[in-house]
Ligand binder design. Structure first.
Ligand code: UD1
Length: 416
């Protein structure tokens, strides 16, 4: 099994272009199932999760081809089946995002119960409640969920929690429903806005994305279109964390600064200087790090997908930090690994209490999920000696060439 090795101590210098957002690309590619003509997507990141959704689409009969790196042509004129197999859905939870589009387009969808990152129970009850509110009959059995409705009908849906995936799935399903759907307490993440923009470009009528109330007026059909995916705010945040841990000066290009405001504010508190520069950021790590408190929240709060990375950074910040995870239970699996590197962290319920140490030490560690993997690499950049990160298939799901990009910035890092 391949591993990532990092010898800590080098500062980072140079420029990194941020890729298109994984968490936008996945729902947008799923949404292409609603369209009956060719789509051309730009800035699609080359990631394992993107390969998985492409395989899923192909298995449904969709034509998928990479025209060049980042440019994907998708033609969903013909869909052969409305069933998606366990082998593909178990690889990635976001596969469940095909359910809403398939149901809306074909009147029936049978999707295996999802798998994905090991960060809590992650139910799908809100997705299903939404489909039922739109008039679908939902049946569960043999590890599959089946939903049926000759045509969905618009409805008012209140989400108990602003789930990103449920908002997306219901929004996609509602685009072809008869009448108007209102989603209240909807998620407001930038990726929701990106999906709505794509759907509207394809002929849908979605209003209010980015606020807690989304109104979707159903249309008869959607067509293919050209669409460019927004930059990945979590990839950008991960490189900010890397500079915080290792020190140095790195320019990030292809960034929407607004999407990163909650992340920038926290890293500035920790002692990183972050300057806006055109479509990018200049990140300077030249001061000792200070402890801070972080609480993950739905957007525009601090993203749960940056919690592991900032936890890694805070292990060497002077003072006591408190990191509270409110989105997922069980998302502190990286903490035991960080402790193997000499970090002083105690878990108390949904919080991690971190007492900063002067230096981490390299050790053998394992990635338990995607962002945990990135956090261990970041810790390795700041540690004395070599850190050996195992289970790196998690990292490949969501970071394109993390090792190559960090090497280009001067890190002593390699895969073996
Ligand atoms: C998406 C992101 C993921 C991110 C998360 C939160 C994608 C592909 N993934 O995941 O990277 O960490 O948003 O920002 O975009 N919940 C329920 N019932 C449901 C659905 C969710 O209780 O039906 C709960 C979950 O267990 C979790 C919370 O809601 O505790 C947030 O989950 P959700 O926002 O749905 O995350 P995902 O869409 O799975």
């Amino acid at each position: 099994m391949e591993k990532i090795y990092v010898r800590g101590g080098n500062t980072l210098q140079g420029t990194i272009k941020i890729d298109g957002a994984k968490n936008s690309a996945l729902p947008i590619l799923a949404a292409s199932l609603l369209t009956s003509g060719p789509n051309l997507f730009e800035d699609v990141p080359a990631l394992e999760d993107v390969n998985t959704i492409c395989q899923l689409l192909e298995q449904l009969g969709v034509e998928v081809s990479w025209l060049k790196p980042g440019t994907l042509r998708i033609d969903a004129a013909h869909i052969n089946t409305c069933e998606t197999p366990y082998e593909l859905v178990r690889k990635m939870r976001a596969s469940f995002l095909v359910m809403g589009p398939l149901l809306a387009r074909n009147g029936r969808a049978r999707v295996s119960l999802p798998g994905g990152c090991n960060i809590g129970t992650r139910p799908i009850d809100l997705h299903l409640k939404g489909f039922m509110a739109l008039g679908a009959e939902v049946v569960m059995g043999h590890g599959y969920i089946e939903a049926m409705a000759p045509r969905l009908t618009g409805s008012r849906i209140y989400l108990d929690f602003p789930s990103v995936g449920a908002t997306e799935n219901i929004m996609m399903a509602a685009t072809l429903a008869q009448g108007t759907t209102i989603i209240e307490n909807a998620a407001a993440e930038p990726e929701i806005v990106d999906l709505a923009n794509y759907l509207n470009a394809a002929g849908a009528n979605v209003r209010g994305a980015g606020t807690s109330l989304i109104r979707i007026t159903g249309v008869e059909a959607l067509t293919g279109t050209n669409y460019t995916v927004i930059p990945d705010r979590i990839e950008a945040g991960t490189y900010i964390a890397a500079v915080a841990a290792a020190g140095g000066q790195v320019q990030l290009t292809n960034v929407v600064v607004d999407h990163l405001k909650p992340v920038i504010a926290k890293f500035e508190e920790v002692g990183v200087t972050i300057l806006e520069q055109g479509d990018g950021l200049l990140v300077i790590g030249n001061k000792p790090l200070s402890a801070t408190d972080v609480k993950t929240l739905p957007y525009p709060g601090f993203p749960t997908d940056m919690q592991a990375q900032i936890t890694a950074v805070l292990t060497t910040a002077r003072g006591i930090s408190l990191v509270t995870e409110t989105i997922f239970e069980n998302r502190f699996m990286h903490v035991d690994e960080l402790k193997r590197m000499n970090a002083k962290v105690k878990i108390d319920g949904r919080s991690a209490v971190i007492e900063g140490v002067p230096r981490l030490t390299g050790a053998q560690v394992n990635a338990s999920d995607l962002r945990a993997g990135a956090a261990l690499v970041i810790a390795g950049l700041a540690a004395e000696g070599v850190t050996e990160v195992g289970n790196i298939h998690h990292i490949d799901r969501g970071y394109h060439d993390l090792v190559g990009k960090l090497r280009a910035l001067g890190a002593d890092i390699w895969r073996e």
